[in-house]
Design a protein around this ligand. Sequence first.
Ligand code: URA
Length: 218
Amino acid sequence: MGSYKPPQQVVVLDPTAELRSLMSIIRNKDTHRGDFIFYSDRVIRFLVEEALNHLPFVEKTIVTPTGAKYDGLAFKGQICGVSIMRAGEAMEQGLRDCCRSVRIGKILIQRDEETAMPKLYYAKLPQDIADRFCLLLDPMLATGGSANKAIEVLLSNGVKEENILFVNLICAPEGIEKVVGKYPKIKIVTAEIDDGLDSNKFIVPGLGDFGCRYFGTL
Ligand code: URA
């Protein structure tokens, strides 16, 4: 991560030996696709669990089969996922594994050839998305252009900025600064923060093209 100090909106997973070993597998250029999918899925599961931990809970007392009370918690509110196509779709199953029947919307953003700006091509979102906490899924936060466009789409559909959690595997500092600079109320949950971007806007050290490695289109 170098000397970059992320803003307080960024939650980075604990760099446990287990997480670092999983990241070493998916970052390795020699890892074949089956392992890339399997170990990416494991990291995604950690990320989703961590993101859920940043949503609001209320106190709830229940009665156990012994007749005793247990002062516990219950999740307050409803969530949905929104994946930024195509790579974000790889994170949908991890969310489904944690949240039964979760609603999942999709957004397709691509670079406009004429303006070089991110352009929205398709969005299909849950009808009641304005009332939900939204886990925005995209594995690589590079320049932040697509992320900001996707957040703009969520806000224009009524989602509250403070109800958006951007969940991703690897961030570049440039992407973090762009997203948090424009949308200071959102939270970013990530596994690791890298050094920066190369001349092709790939994250370095990074892991290459996540979507191509996950979906087998290299
Ligand atoms: N998207 C990727 O898949 N990899 C990068 O390094 C940057 C964006």
